[in-house]
Design a protein around this ligand. Structure first.
Ligand SMILES: CC(C)(COP(=O)(O)OP(=O)(O)OC[C@H]1O[C@@H](n2cnc3c(N)ncnc32)[C@H](O)[C@@H]1OP(=O)(O)O)[C@@H](O)C(=O)NCCC(=O)NCCS
Length: 351
């Protein structure tokens, strides 16, 4: 049998600071009722403002994943780090993690695929393990969203959704016939790039934005400089999201990429022990569950506690599912994601 990769260890870290929906009402005009009804979210974690970064949270999750894999940081031979909220514009968080964990001078790759980031990172790592090039690949998703959101009423449609946290796995080779990542499926379509995006700072010079009918972004100044006072004054340094448009595409692509992974392996939805969808929005996950006719015990959600943690959401959810005994040796598990880009992706694996 050819070599496959398996998840040998998994870890997660969320900041201690819990922010409930009611806490958000101190900053913006919103309500627990609105947020719960539209998203399912009840609370999220926010990183310590100066004590924690995207990288430091990743370190905490990685330590646990590495220990559970029965190795040390010195054994890691490659890092794949997914985030949209890096410590620096450049260099990426991969090298900061390598330094913080005192690893050897191993390769570090940063993945910028937002909510699909972890599945893209996992797929990339899987190829390195399958080819025999690396034996212990650390795959991380980590986000410190709280630093880059507009917590005034102006930004409420975006800021109530997101939270901070990190998750990590160690991939190792396996020759067991009934174990490991069976396949991964990656997609993108850039036609929706501006529907969920953070435009600034950037080099776009209005090139892509000027023809888009984006209600919040019709100011001529946007993008004419890399960074300007006007951008700050006009709140153009925050993420933009046309929520209803994102919702429509998400509920189409999520089920499609899950079915694609099952069909590629001659399996059916009834064979699935657990679907761990990217925690975008509980309503989206419920829509997908209904469309695929999955039972409650076949789907894992924890967005209620953490909000949408983008690249970190799947490893955090998978880690909690594993810790709760919802994932066992031999189980068929599907990881599926959709997000900004648009990008969408899935991974089907036998635990
Ligand atoms: C964001 C989302 C929850 C908004 O729900 P929606 O039902 O589409 O709501 P709308 O954007 O149409 O806004 C409805 C109203 O609520 C208001 N509103 C927006 N955010 C609000 C908030 N946090 N609190 C209270 N009211 C809010 C709007 O201003 C609007 O008011 P109006 O009718 O007076 O104009 C929903 O579109 C969604 O979940 N989209 C997908 C987002 C997602 O998953 N993103 C991550 C992808 S990885």
């Amino acid at each position: 049998m050819s070599l496959r990769s398996k998840i040998a260890g998994i870890g997660m870290y969320v900041p201690k600071n819990v922010f409930t929906n009611n806490d958000l009402t101190k900053y913006m005009d919103t309500s627990d009722e609105w947020i719960t009804e539209r998203t399912g979210i009840k609370e999220r974690r926010f990183a310590d403002r100066s004590g924690e970064t995207t990288t430091t949270m990743a370190v905490e999750a990685s330590k646990i994943a590495i220990e559970r894999a029965g190795i040390t940081a010195q054994d890691i031979d490659f890092i794949v780090f997914a985030t949209l909220s890096p410590d620096y514009y450049f260099p990426g968080c991969g090298v900061l993690l390598q330094r913080a964990m005192g690893m050897k001078d191993v390769g570090a790759l940063d993945v910028r695929n937002q909510c699909s980031g972890f599945v893209y990172a996992l797929s990339t790592a899987d190829q390195f393990v399958r080819s025999g090039m690396y034996k212990n690949v650390l795959v991380v998703g980590s986000e410190k969203h709280s630093f880059g959101l507009d917590f005034s009423t102006r930004g409420r449609n975006v800021s109530v959704i997101f939270g901070d946290g990190a998750g990590a796995v160690v991939l190792q080779p396996t020759e067991e016939e009934d174990q490991g990542i069976l396949s991964t499926h990656l997609h993108s379509n850039g036609n929706g790039a501006e529907i969920l995006a953070m435009y600034n700072p950037g080099t776009h010079a209005n090139h892509w934005i000027k023809d888009q009918k984006l209600a919040d972004f019709d100011d001529a100044e946007i993008g004419e400089m890399f960074f300007s006072h006007a951008m700050i004054d006009n709140a153009q340094v925050f993420p933009f999201m046309d929520g209803p448009s994102v919702f429509k595409v998400a509920v189409e692509k999520f089920p499609a990429v899950i079915v694609e992974s099952l069909e590629a392996n001659n399996l059916k939805t009834t064979d699935l022990n657990l679907l761990v969808p990217h925690q975008a929005n509980l309503r989206i996950a419920q829509f997908v569950q209904k469309k695929l006719q999955l039972r409650d015990d076949q789907v894992f959600n924890n967005i209620q506690k953490y909000g949408n943690t983008t690249a970190a959401s799947i490893p955090i959810a998978l880690c909690e599912a594993w810790e709760q005994g919802r994932v066992n040796r031999g189980d068929l598990v599907c990881l599926a994601a959709f997000g900004s880009g648009f990008t969408w992706a899935s991974a089907l694996l036998r635990w």
